[in-house]
Ligand binder design. Structure first.
Ligand code: NIG
Ligand code: FE
Length: 390
């Protein structure tokens, strides 16, 4: 197994809390990292770096853990340009647009769906994402949901069954029948391909009781819950997420004080998805309120063709800092360590010895430039499992 030292790093983000120094990021200046095989072997000051087989000069730039995008919807066909255009002319976003993508996805071949998926993954990698979660939810038949998960599982371990994205048109008159399908035959077909189960708990999608039934059925089949909660309106699903020990309550745009308290006293992460508020011209989630209450916050893209068609974590970091009350350090933590927490992973999201060697090199002297220089392609290098891919 060969080892590589990356030297001359102006700012290294380790996310090692024991390094303290006033930032959650465990910053080391004038740093080096040693990568051994697919793991981090050493981090510290450049002058103390041990000898290795290979050497890479970071050129006085910043290195941080690869982004962990813990919420995306990448198995789909078609796009929703017209819907976006209409929204930007004043029309409101509604969950109903999902049906457009369901029709296009059902009509697509496996090869077409996988080509789309790999294209969006390549986009994400170029922007520093080294781990991503992705969901089904645009098939909504037994075969189409299982197919989406099978395709996704070829590319990531973090696969989520979202048969409960919306009640499809074929069940418009029988939503209870659709819930029975999602918790019965569809779950049986999908559970072997997924790690997680998710429900879009929202007006126009599924209510709290339906969400509880669906997530409980998934749990009985070995899937762990996460929930689309309180995106478009207040509702019961943040508290349901806490009650069921969901790994994450996602969106969290409309929160009562009780919702915030429940999250703060739980191990459920609040995953904020500012790409959705950007693309739907909605009010921003209040990250400051959550952080001040002690809630663990993750930041992800929600990449999907309807409400958030961006694969860029740096873009979401910039939005979170500018408009959601996060500091640049908090936003970077949430997009790395926070994402890892939302996936209940301890091997990623930090650069400490033993962690997976997933690193992003920025063409900038510090991680702050991710929000200071919005829209600029700053990612200059990406290593995944110790292999340089960009
Ligand atoms: O996370 N909220 C539900 N699902 C997506 C929207 C999907 C769509 O509009 O196609 C979301 O925003
Ligand atoms: Fe989503």
């Amino acid at each position: 197994m060969s080892s590589t030292v990356i030297t001359n790093i102006a700012t290294l983000v380790t996310n090692d809390p024991s390094l303290g120094r006033g930032s959650p990021l465990g910053l080391i200046q004038d740093a080096a990292v040693v990568v051994d095989g697919d793991r981090i072997a050493w981090t510290g000051e450049s002058s103390k770096a041990p000898a290795t087989d290979n050497r890479v000069d970071a050129g006085g730039r910043a290195v941080l853990p690869g982004f962990v995008d813990s919420h995306s919807h990448l198995v789909f066909a078609g796009d929703r340009t017209q819907e976006f255009n209409a929204r930007m002319s004043g029309r409101a976003y509604s969950a109903g647009g999902i049906r457009t993508t369901v029709a296009a996805t059902r009509a697509a071949s496996d090869a077409e769906l996988e080509a789309n998926l790999t294209r969006y993954l390549a986009e994400a990698l170029r922007q520093g994402t080294t781990t991503f979660e992705t969901k089904s939810g645009y098939g909504l038949t037994v075969e189409d949901e299982a197919r989406a998960l099978r395709l996704a599982a070829r590319h990531t371990d973090e696969v989520t069954y979202l048969g409960a994205h919306i009640v499809p048109p074929d069940f418009a008159e029988d939503p209870a029948g659709y819930v029975a399908l999602v918790t019965g035959e569809m779950l049986d077909a999908c559970a072997p391909h997924a790690r997680w189960i998710d429900v879009f708990c929202e007006k126009g999608a599924f209510d709290g009781d339906q969400a509880r039934t669906i997530l409980t059925a998934g749990r009985a089949k070995g899937l762990h819950p996460r929930i689309h909660a309180n995106q478009l309106s207040y509702g019961p699903c943040v508290q349901l997420a806490v009650e069921l020990d969901a790994a994450s309550a996602d969106h969290c745009t409309h929160l009562t004080d009780e919702d915030v308290d429940a999250l703060a006293n739980s191990s459920t992460v609040a995953t904020l998805l500012p790409g959705a508020e950007f693309s739907t011209r909605a009010d921003w989630p209040n990250a400051r309120r959550l952080l001040d209450a002690g809630v663990t916050v993750a930041l992800s893209t929600d990449c999907n063709p309807g409400s958030s068609f961006t694969s860029s974590v740096p873009f979401c970091i910039a939005l979170a800092v500018r408009d959601m009350g996060m500091t640049p350090d908090e936003a970077v933590w949430s997009a790395t360590a926070g994402g890892a927490r939302a996936l209940r992973r301890t091997d990623i999201g930090h650069l400490t010895p033993g962690a997976r060697a997933d690193l992003t090199l920025l063409d900038a002297p510090s991680h702050v430039h991710l929000s200071y220089r919005p829209g600029v392609p700053l990612v200059a290098g990406v290593w995944r499992r110790g292999v340089r891919e960009i």
